[in-house]
Design a protein around this ligand. Sequence first.
Ligand SMILES: Nc1ncnc2c1ncn2[C@@H]1O[C@H](COP(=O)(O)OP(=O)(O)OP(=O)(O)O)[C@@H](O)[C@H]1O
Ligand SMILES: [Mg+2]
Length: 483
Amino acid sequence: MAGFAELGLSSWLVEQCRQLGLKQPTPVQLGCIPAILEGRDCLGCAKTGSGKTAAFVLPILQKLSEDPYGIFCLVLTPTRELAYQIAEQFRVLGKPLGLKDCIIVGGMDMVAQALELSRKPHVVIATPGRLADHLRSSNTFSIKKIRFLVMDEADRLLEQGCTDFTVDLEAILAAVPAHRQTLLFSATLTDTLRELQGLATNQPFFWEAQAPVSTVEQLDQRYLLVPEKVKDAYLVHLIQRFQDEHEDWSIIIFTNTCKTCQILCMMLRKFSFPTVALHSMMKQKERFAALAKFKSSIYRILIATDVASRGLDIPTVQVVINHNTPGLPKIYIHRVGRTARAGRQGQAITLVTQYDIHLVHAIEEQIKKKLEEFSVEEAEVLQILTQVNVVRRECEIKLEAAHFDEKKEINKRKQLILEGKDPDLEAKRKAELAKIKQKNRRFKEKVEETLKRQKAGRAGHKGRPPRTPPGSHSGPVPSQGLA
Ligand SMILES: Nc1ncnc2c1ncn2[C@@H]1O[C@H](COP(=O)(O)OP(=O)(O)OP(=O)(O)O)[C@@H](O)[C@H]1O
Ligand SMILES: [Mg+2]
């Protein structure tokens, strides 16, 4: 198998890899690094934890060392924490170069960021929203001459999910040169491939790991069928079990909303589980602090929304618990990919209620693997059921008293003001839009109904039985029973 040196990387980079403990290139690195060094655009699709970051960081550093200037490379990622993680990889591998990097993400001081940008860092790692804000408000820096544009988690950046990056991406793409290398990476690129290929026009090289299953082999994937109302008791039971059975344990729990995340965090703490939360309603400083505490194993449980589902590389995580079944198979793939990384073992347990069975089927179909059932002693769960429900209710009341929902509303308004919009006007516009949508929906339903009727009429006309004389019985036999 070829080593890093055979991929065309300089000896100083090969030495950096060795020092970092990267002995052999992974398949995605073997595939993509030579193509990137050749000057081609690259779309890399490989499983979670397979080393996609180094697959773009290494060739960029190589090219930067040949022609160093700032701003040489722009990396876009969907989340702030991921931006910091990628910056760290650049910093470690690019140390001998005296690499200057700059992280541009929301929730941090904008003036300090503008100053850093004006100092022409080699690499800028950014979330789209904040970078677009800088582009709109400042002329002290330029990304007109970048050589590389990287989109990590490219499908997430380009799809219209709960955070829609479209407008910000348009602003960014208008500010970068047409002549550049574009590198797109994700564990789930294939769905959005057509859009992505529009971005990569420079002899795009598409690298996709060939594997029958789209999740990692060493990952033990289970489901646990639970009635909705007793979900939390099962969660507490599972954690208790891990704590009892393992000396060294570390779990990420994914939930669907910031509020549930906060309540469950409070609840687990009441049960003395060392838990920290990570969701978008927290201040950025708190988010970083929570992640740092979890990474250093001071806290064994991280309970998070999907803000933590992509890209984060925390080698100690042994188990991922999905407190809710993800609505999209893609989200499932990224969530469970927070464990069993870089060849390690891991386990994923998805709590499935009576309402989620179809979601599990969709997941199984996409990953091409059946989840196995996780068995628990129900009697043990029943023993703690009342206690868990009471504690959860207490936490809910406490959170309501802290005006969590109001804070959410205030945060939304703040965000709109920052975007230069009038919150009240936006609310009005939203309401109007909802009305129009409802009208359209009704109109569509009516049209569909009419079309259906017309079609049925035509079919009836065509298939009408030949006229029969009155009293004859040769017509269709009336159905029995179900009238
Ligand atoms: N050649 C290598 N040999 C050994 N370990 C490696 C190698 N390349 C990367 N790694 C390690 O593998 C881990 C996962 O890498 P990385 O975060 O780049 O995965 P990824 O493919 O981007 O996953 P995700 O899809 O979840 O973002 C990291 O801890 C990284 O240091
Ligand atoms: Mg990654």
